[in-house]
Ligand binder design. Structure first.
Ligand code: ADP
Length: 245
């Protein structure tokens, strides 16, 4: 489903991704962990080309883009992006649109689909994330957890092959974290392919088929949750996990 090979990213002189290789199978949940500044968000943003890599290649679905020579064309960018749905730390809903208007916006504009049909699909997704009764409300009248659940429904509306989550609960008050994690766990059970940057280690233990530990622009260690989180082999992984205790 996803294949990343020798991926590199630098911002001016700062090399953030040195050389990243990993793959994600259909239906797999991959959690990306590591110290702050290790490049996790940059890697996730590269996967849907919010950042353009400086080298290597990314395959998602049946589309492969290589970045060694030139940046991708607009057409290739749109094609690769159509395979993934992104959920950000700070929900990024349109403030002047209701929950329902927010979630149907992309397929309405990008896919030129009919509003009536989209609203039916929207109802189903809003029920799934527990937001149906809030469908006509505006974001500023909702809690952070509710906004994030609406943002998840919005990403799902495009039927992405892969959902990408960038620390989806780090902007939330502690009591709102659970309701968002529960929705993500539900998606995991349904077999949704996901890559999740997270600091929630208990959550990673529950949902991850694979955990990648990143440090200084490399994936230092990867394995099942119990391999990486309970029995890490690398010194840097051990030190990182000890700091969390
Ligand atoms: P993490 O998600 O692991 O905390 P990030 O990917 O956010 O790490 O950041 C890795 C490094 O890249 C940091 O040093 C950060 O300052 C830098 N960085 C991230 N985005 C940019 C940008 N747009 N311009 C310049 N530097 C950036």
């Amino acid at each position: 489903m996803i294949d990343v090979t020798n991926l590199k990213k630098k911002f001016d002189e700062l090399t953030v991704l040195e050389s990243i290789d990993f793959s994600v199978k259909k239906g797999e949940v991959v959690c990306l962990i590591g110290p702050s500044g290790s490049g996790k968000t940059t890697l996730l943003r590269c996967l849907n080309l919010l950042e353009v890599p400086n080298g290597g290649s990314i395959t998602i679905g049946n589309k492969t883009l290589t970045f060694d020579n030139a940046p991708p064309s607009k057409k290739d960018t749109i094609a690769l992006r159509s395979f993934s749905g992104m959920v950000f730390q700070g929900f990024h809903l349109f403030p002047h649109k209701t929950v329902m208007e927010n979630i149907i916006e992309a397929p309405l504009v990008v896919k030129k689909r009919k509003k009536v049909e989209l609203m039916k699909e929207g109802d189903v997704l809003l029920k799934k994330v527990g937001m149906f009764e809030h469908r006509d409300k505006y974001p500023d009248s909702l809690s952070g957890g509710q906004q994030q659940r609406a943002a998840i429904a919005r990403a799902l509306m495009m039927n992405p092959e892969v959902m990408l989550f960038d620390e989806p609960t780090s902007a939330l008050d502690p009591q709102l974290v659970k309701e968002v994690l529960r929705v993500i766990e539900e998606l995991a059970k349904e077999g949704q392919t996901m890559v999740i940057v997270t600091h929630e280690m208990n959550f990673a233990r529950r949902v991850a088929d694979k955990v990648l530990f990143m440090d200084e622009g490399f994936i230092v260690e990867e394995g099942t949750a119990s391999e990486v989180l309970e029995n890490p082999k690398e010194q840097r992984t051990k030190e990182f996990l000890q700091l969390l205790d």
